[in-house]
Design a binder for this molecule. Structure first.
Ligand code: C2E
Ligand code: MG
Ligand code: MG
Length: 741
């Protein structure tokens, strides 16, 4: 081992703080009027490396020379300063100059003197932050190096703090340009990173602050983890009360309750507070923190708190957490808080509206995001100008604005009016069409998030509706989805339990009054009478869920079996009609199914009629035509149900192998007091032209019957003749009717 080697201090861990500019040397200023001392110091410190850096010495021979040098160059970490030079207290005067005049607070000062009697007063020592005071004879080489090492360590730590403070100030300056909540995250992340630097290890820490997070219960002002790192990273964005590590949540709670730091064996909690705003930083430590580290953390915490206060960072965070960066309007979070407040007031005059810009994504894709953004800003500005004084305005989604205000301002007429003129967007004039979802304050005090959900339901309803561009929320909309799923579930169960039944309604020959056919109509009876749901409700749900395929097959089977049973009666119908859904048509093998069923029940050609709705007949002609032709080969007839409500093309209709048209009951309903009946007349004529039968559906009055008979309509079905009936009842009906004749 060389003589020098044992004097080289190993850097303990990564002891050198990165103070921004990478440094390779420690600069040390030696001020002494004794040339010998300069030479000795040079010699003692040559080749010495402290914390990984060499020392670079600069020499001054007097107080005056040192001061004029420092005026030009202040970048020194340590000053070795002789006390007695030009005067007995020249060194002390130099210290005052350095601290007071030059404002150099970080540089460490080691006073040296030849005579012990020249030691400065204790007060000077403290107030001028002098690190060390040694007599020259005391300062052997080793001791000099030790003293300089201690001073450098201290300098480094102070520099780190100063650097932390500076970067926090930078963070705050930056925060004005940054966007939304990400800013909070970044702030927290940087704070933790700084702590890591300060302690020179990877920080396992969380930053907790009162930060409003949206949750199902609404918004809470609870303490939340806004930043997390290292082994605690998994706690990020959690509410503190929900953190399963009790030690963490209790320590933080204690720290805030006591408004003080807590240092434990393996953890520490820093209190960050400036009166109004409070936060806490919890960190795991390998061992209890030393005095110096505690001190650093205290200073650091004070720095953050000071920054929070002086720069109003929290307000800043608050603002960005609650405002939309693009338009400056309130954001979704703020809107929900506003809704919470509104709900409490129970003011029936208040309306919540969501305004959705139509085709916004097309615009964004087509003309670029800048144009999209410019449009959003223009919309926000116009809303602000027209409604700002009476309403709360928010941007709650990419292309969705929220409004809360009195009905006289927040109503479809007024809002559509606002959007009736185009917007000027980057020198273009651009129209914007909107869809509105509105929600009134109904009854109980719903939470903000529920109000928002309701307005959203109304908005979605309005978007789906092609005939209107706005919708008000109605309570039944809220659970329609759940309700539909429940119905489907129950229908499936009841069908499996054979709880469905098929009823029959007669079709009458208008000229002779004889029973010609019966239509099979599905029923979902309730125990003890009545029905669970009418077919108008549950058939579309069965279609939607695909259940109609199975149910339809069963109806066909049932109808054929019942028809066979009825056919033995005198005056029995000539045929039975069964309704068929599109989903059944899409099934391959539909025709074979029909043929097999007919065969099984001994049904002859022309005795089974399948009713398809006009929309099916017209919608997918190719599928339908193929299936219909296949069905025709089985000998079944085809009728087009609800005719007149769809958009039939006559050319297409002529191509279909149909046997009958059923005039929709809405056209029969128009025949009253000698008025209307035009459509019925046309359909009867059309049937004659096409050479197919026509059935008038929903005939309720003798006046309607008379009118239809006058037109030459062959068949009629309706309450005037008979209501749909269960099998036993229609048996009796047929028998009774036969006896009457
Ligand atoms: P649809 O096929 O047009 O059936 C005629 C509907 O008119 C029946 O309603 C019938 O009860 C009703 N009706 C009959 N006469 C009158 C009247 O004089 N006045 C009035 N106002 N209504 C009358 P229902 O039974 O409620 O069935 C409704 C619809 O459900 C049917 O309309 C049909 O589209 C569908 N549906 C019924 N059963 C089945 C089935 O087994 N399968 C399929 N796919 N759909 C069915
Ligand atoms: Mg029908
Ligand atoms: Mg019909």
């Amino acid at each position: 081992m060389s003589t020098n080697d044992d004097l080289v201090l190993e850097p303990d861990e990564d002891v050198v703080a990165d103070t921004g500019v990478p440094k390779t040397v420690w600069r040390i200023l030696v001020v002494d009027d004794d040339q010998e001392v300069h030479i000795a110091t040079d010699f003692a410190l040559q080749h010495v490396e402290i914390f990984g850096r060499r020392l670079e010495l600069t020499h001054s021979n007097s107080r005056a020379e040192a001061q004029s040098l420092l005026l030009k160059d202040r970048d020194f970490a340590v000053i070795l300063l002789d006390v007695v030079m030009e005067t007995d207290d020249a060194g002390l005067q130099a210290v005052k100059f350095i601290r007071d005049q030059l404002g150099m607070a970080m540089v460490r000062i080691i006073l040296r003197t030849g005579q012990p009697g020249y030691a400065p007063e204790l007060t000077v020592f403290n107030s001028y932050d002098i690190n060390d005071y040694r007599t020259k004879s005391e300062l052997t080489r080793t001791r000099l190096i030790t003293a300089i090492s201690a001073a450098l360590r201290s300098y480094d730590q102070i520099a780190t703090i100063a650097e932390n403070k500076r970067s926090l100030e930078l963070i705050i300056q930056d925060s004005t340009d940054l966007v939304q909540v990400r800013e909070v995250d970044r702030f927290a992340a940087l704070v933790l990173e700084k702590i890591g630097r300060l302690l020179r290890c990877e920080p396992h820490a969380i930053f907790c602050a009162a930060h409003d997070f949206e949750s199902e219960e609404g918004l809470t002002g609870d303490l939340s983890v806004i930043g997390a790192s290292g082994r605690l990273a998994h706690l990020a964005y959690r509410k503190l009360v929900g953190v399963d590590d009790e030690h963490v949540s209790l320590s933080v709670a204690d720290c805030l309750a006591e408004r003080g730091h807590r240092f434990g064996m393996r953890s520490a909690v820093l209190y960050v507070g400036n009166g109004e705003n409070e936060a806490a930083i919890f960190l795991l430590t390998e061992q209890p923190l030393g005095d110096q580290e505690r001190q650093l953390l205290r200073v650091f915490a004070t720095n953050i708190a000071a920054s929070l206060g002086s720069m109003q960072l929290f307000e800043q965070l608050n603002f960005t957490a609650y405002h939309d960066a693009l338009t400056g309007l309130r954001n979704r979070n703020r809107f929900i808080l506003d809704l919470n407040e509104i709900a409490v007031c129970e003011d029936p005059d208040i309306v919540v509206a969501l305004i959705d810009l139509e085709h916004f994504s097309d615009l964004n894709d087509g003309l670029g995001q800048d144009t999209g953004n410019a449009l959003l800003i223009a919309v926000a500005q116009r809303l602000e100008a027209r409604l700002g004084s009476q309403c709360l305005l928010a941007r709650i989604g990419a292309d969705v604005f929220g409004l809360i205000g009195p009905e006289k301002a927040v109503n479809p007429g007024n809002i559509f009016q606002i959007f009736s003129e185009p917007f000027s967007v980057l020198e273009h004039s651009m129209p914007a069409s909107v869809v509105l979802g509105l929600c009134r304050m109904l009854e109980e005090k719903p939470s903000g998030i529920i109000l928002l959900k309701r307005a959203n339901i109304a908005l979605n309803r309005a978007k789906r509706d092609i005939s209107a561009s706005h919708a008000y929320f109605l309570p039944e909309m809220e659970d329609s989805t759940r309700w539909r799923l429940e119905i489907i579930h129950r229908l499936r169960e009841d069908f499996a339990q054979h709880a469905l039944s098929v009823w029959y309604q007669p079709q009458i020959d208008m000229a002779t009054g004889r029973l010609v056919s019966i239509e099979a109509l599905l029923r979902w009876p309730r125990d003890g009478g009545g029905f669970i749901q009418p077919p108008e409700v549950f058939v579309p749900l069965a279609e939607y869920s695909g259940l109609i395929v199975e149910i339809g097959r069963w109806v066909l089977d049932r109808a054929c079996a019942d028809f066979y049973e009825l056919s033995e009666l005198p005056g029995a119908p000539q045929r039975v009609a069964v309704n068929v859904s599109m989903a059944q048509f899409r099934q391959s093998g539909m025709a074979q199914d029909v043929a097999r069923t007919m065969g099984r029940h001994g049904i002859n050609i022309g005795e089974l009629e399948l009713e398809i709705t006009e929309s099916i007949a017209m919608h997918e002609p190719r599928i339908v035509l193929g299936t219909l032709l296949a069905i025709k080969t089985t000998g079944a007839r085809i009728a087009v149900d609800d005719f007149g409500t769809g958009f039939s093309s006559l050319t297409h209709l002529r191509q279909l192998p149909i046997d009958a048209l059923k005039i929709d009951k809405s056209f029969i309903g128009e025949i009253a007091n000698g008025r209307g009946g035009m459509f019925a007349e046309m359909i009867v004529a059309l049937g004659a032209k096409l050479g197919v039968s026509v059935v008038a559906e929903g005939v309720e009055t003798s006046e309607q019957a008379g009118f239809l008979r006058g037109l030459g309509c062959p068949l009629a079905q309706g309450f005037l003749y008979a209501r749909p009936m269960p099998l036993e009842e229609i048996k009796s009906w047929i028998m009774a009717r036969n006896q009457d004749r």
